[in-house]
Design a protein around this ligand. Structure first.
Ligand code: 5GP
Length: 206
């Protein structure tokens, strides 16, 4: 139907499992995944160019100055941003692209790409989030506290999103997100040129 790819923004509290959900969506359904630039240090096992493009602050600043990012935001103590070229090329080629980004970035994307589909993934409550962050073991107690405070701020931004999905059971969550994306792509207002063509063809066939 739509020749252009769909931009899909997935946000959610850090620790709500959105990374795993996104990885599965990409693996199962072949969505393109935008790899962000960040000034954060790699976590154990993270690979430059695969998980993130790890940058110094000066390099990151350079990307901003040369208009290389669709959006960028500060999250806790680091900067994160979405490289522009990859996203634009993929969409132009008709591929659906997932951005896994936080709430400030998502609202910038929405302004620049009004067609973007915004999904928010959450745990069912605060306690579940705290347990998951603590269990992850990669964050200090202070970092966990910071992420919870940040989550509280992010909760106030859920009103900017089109869909909210609770990640209680992982597979159910993945299925729900996939269904939401498929459903969203079928919205009439996303398919105006297809509808017009269809109507013209049927008028001609009368
Ligand atoms: P983490 O450090 O846990 O990998 O990511 C921290 C937060 O930054 C997550 O909420 C993640 O979605 C967000 N994030 C990752 N890449 C980007 C990006 O390119 N732009 C924005 N705005 N947020 C991002």
């Amino acid at each position: 139907m739509n020749e252009k790819g769909q931009l899909i923004v997935i946000s959610g509290f850090s620790g709500a499992g959105k990374g795993t959900v996104v990885k599965e969506l990409v693996g199962r359904y072949g969505y393109s995944l935008s790899i962000s630039a960040t000034t954060r240090a790699p976590r154990p096992g993270e690979v430059d160019g695969k998980d993130y493009y790890f940058k110094t602050e000066a390099e990151f600043r350079n990307l901003i100055d040369y208009n290389g990012l669709i959006e960028w935001a500060q999250y806790v103590d680091n900067y994160y941003g979405t490289p522009k070229k990859f996203v634009e090329d993929e969409i132009a080629a008709g591929r659906d692209v997932i951005l896994e980004i936080e709430v400030q970035g998502a609202s910038i994307v929405r302004k620049q790409y009004p067609d973007a589909m915004l999904l928010f993934i959450t745990t069912k409550d605060v306690e579940t989030l705290r347990e998951r962050l603590t269990g992850r073991g990669s964050e200090t107690e202070e970092q966990v506290a910071k992420r919870i405070r940040r989550a509280a701020e992010e909760a106030e931004m859920i009103g900017n999103y089109d869909y909210i999905i609770v990640n209680d059971d992982l597979n159910t969550c993945i299925d729900t997100v996939y269904s939401v994306i498929l459903g969203g792509k079928c919205k009439r207002e996303r398919n105006e040129s297809f509808i017009q063509k269809l109507q013209e063809d049927f008028r001609a066939a009368k």
